[in-house]
Design a protein around this ligand. Sequence first.
Ligand code: ADP
Ligand code: MG
Ligand code: MG
Length: 887
Amino acid sequence: MMWVTDFADGNKDQKDLLGGKGANLAEMTNLGLPVPPGFTISTEACRAYLRQGGDPEGLEDQVTERLAALEAAMGRRLGDPTDPLLVSVRSGAKFSMPGMMETVLNVGLNDRSVEGLADLTGDRRFAYDSYRRLLQMFGSTVLGVHSDHFSDALDALKKARRTEDDLALAAEDLEELVETFQGIIREQAEVEFPQEPRRQLDLAVHAVFNSWNTDRAVLYRRQERIPEDLGTAVNVQAMVFGNGGMTSGSGVAFTRDPASGDQGVYGDYLQNAQGEDVVAGIRNTVSLADFAEIDQKSHNELIAHMEKLEKHYRDMCDIEFTVEHGKLWMLQTRVGKRTPEAAFRIAAHMADEGLIDWDEAVQRVTGDQLASLMFPRFDATAERTLLATGMNASPGAAVGRAVFDWRTAVEWADRGEDVILVRKETSPEDLHGMMVAKGILTSRGGKTSHAAVVARGMGRTCVCGAEALDVDTKTGQFTVRDSKTIREGDLISIDGSTGEIFDGAVPVSPSAVVRHFEGEDVEGELVDAVARIMAHADTLRRMQVRTNADTGEDAERARRFGAQGIGLCRTEHMFLGDRRQLVEDLIVAESAEEQQEALAALLPRQKGDFEKILESMDGLPVTIRLIDPPLHEFLPDITELSVALAIADTRGHRKRHERKLLAAVQRLHEQNPMLGLRGVRLGIVIPGLFEMQARAILEAAAARTRAGGSARPEIMVPLVGSVRELDLIRHRIEQVAREVSDELGVEIDYKVGTMIELPRAALTADEIAPSAQFFSFGTNDLTQMTWGFSRDDVEASFFSTYIEHGVFGISPFESLDVEGVGQLVRTAAEKGRAANPALHLGVCGEHGGDPHSIHFFDEVGLDYVSCSPYRVPVARLEAARASLAND
Ligand code: ADP
Ligand code: MG
Ligand code: MG
């Protein structure tokens, strides 16, 4: 087994084996860039180590061998007392991940070799600075000492020397610090700092292996769907030194601006600094332009290397470098992370530059990035005061008055105030308050906390884990780092896309991208990039994109956003408001005639609803679902009604209608309404209800045709479990269609199909398919019915606990549970198509707008996805990306 690979022998496509960092170090080495030599211990070795609980056979010898080669190349021996070779030990998995062990620099230094280094360089300060850094990094990352112990000791020393600048510490100070640090390790870890260089190396390597299984890393992998068994590689690399005086330093750079996407390099440099100093904010960094003033030669070399890397990777690269006494060294590169805006702009620029083609440009952006560009934003030009930054848990820009408990939230929202609910953390009892709030802010908990999971499920803006806030819900206030206090009723603004929390009401401006989709003429490079990438995406995708819309207004917006029809038009809201009375009449009707009367009164109103929707989607298919929810949802609350009647009784009032109503409410009361009398069951039990709806749809369609329009209604029967149910309803609809056609003398182009939202329907799809012209997967109900939990009851109560315990990585209502629910979708699609090759297949659950789910729907061959109007552009883009990926 080969466990170890020299940088010179790898390449960028070996990320599986060498990890991202190792593969890219190898690539840069082979491109001829100045990379300090070294070797990579593979992810395979890590996997074997974790499996066996120790080094796999041969690893130790191979490390010895590679180390000897490195020593020979450098002409130095690891930790040699007079002329030491020092190395860094760097973790690097296939995907960059939080929670992995941080880099340890200067491995090989000990009480003797530090003297050797001092003599050799003639720089005692440098030697001891390097040694104290090793003790600090090794102590915290390998030996598990809390890093505060070291930074506190360093701060104390600076204070004693009356300075805030680490450069003002002299060699003797650092010597003293080395002793302090060794004491800290002795005390906290109860071991002596290992003096033996090879032992330092081995311990560091093992610590990297073990860091694969830290809690943070495990949680992150689950959320990001990174497999558990990849393991991490370890890079061992000869040290170069940026901390040997002002002709040395360290920096980071990007080949384009990762925030805006602007062309032109962008970076920070810090003189006389090592490792993470440049990003740690210990001193002020300078720009690349200033770096050119400091060291023209290294700067020009760096620019040339960056150009080379960007051309080679054909993408924006992010780079880490070090200058050692005027000599530039490249220490890392990778394809750089970027903001959503930069992603679109860079992709379009690179396609214009001919670096990539437009197919690739489509692959370089994601639906999630597009979605985040579609949220309203805080006006960047407005004056604003940042209070603190937490985690960006659920996107959006929310402004409101701070409230600290759910009751106040509900009370204030009821009187028309916008509120932000602020808590240490939320729990199921806060749910009502979360629903009425514009935004949710917590001081504890991460992206899988209760607040974050529930807010995302509701599409509510949320910033969580803002640890700088000291929230006191008793007095109703929070304090930011002991200075600024925000009290109940004060206005605050939170940005769920960045995690920022602002004092006061920051003005919100609508998204330029949305204005563009709405058809406004918006200028600007971002909108231009989005428009061109979307136009190309539309030429690539196999699946169509429809929308879920219940009103003409939603339908029109969705059409402007590119929807190719309606995949789900719900009819239940059409029975609310002043029509409630008619529904009550229908339910309490005591004879067939009374029932008919109530239905006849509903018919013209329903017809009017459908005409509007069919008109706004003229020429496109419109799937209308017959009424689905249990009837009691249209009736008054049982307790309220009982109380009203009890009062009426004491006064001797008769209240005939109310009494009948109460009887109906009692009769219709169900233990588990989700599993009760709803969907197709209603249509079968209440004669005339579905016929009335079908007639309204078909008459509306006929009216549209007569008016010169083109109506394409698709009548969808919900909650079918057996083909017999569908057949019963379908025959009645066909009967109605013949009647309407005869009465009005118009041919109507319509379809009848069913939702697949019960496991039984999916499993018997071959029986159902011959009776249906289309299937539409109702993945919300299908998820509920497959898992056996109701979303409203469980999401807020225990999903965050489930995510924490790894039952799922993300709520199955946010992203389709491909392994479970997905199997039912796949089975139903296959069986349905086999039994009826003309069957049209779509999905109308909210998963139709979720990127990961869309890729799955494309893979199983659905014809379209349907989602809410604002998700339509996201679905268009992801359907195109799915087509490219599944090709
Ligand atoms: P991360 O994964 O957090 O980016 P790195 O492994 O890149 O961690 O290490 C962090 C920093 O340590 C690098 O940016 C670089 O400045 C410094 N570093 C790592 N290896 C060496 C080395 N061989 N010589 C000098 N500096 C190094
Ligand atoms: Mg790095
Ligand atoms: Mg349903």
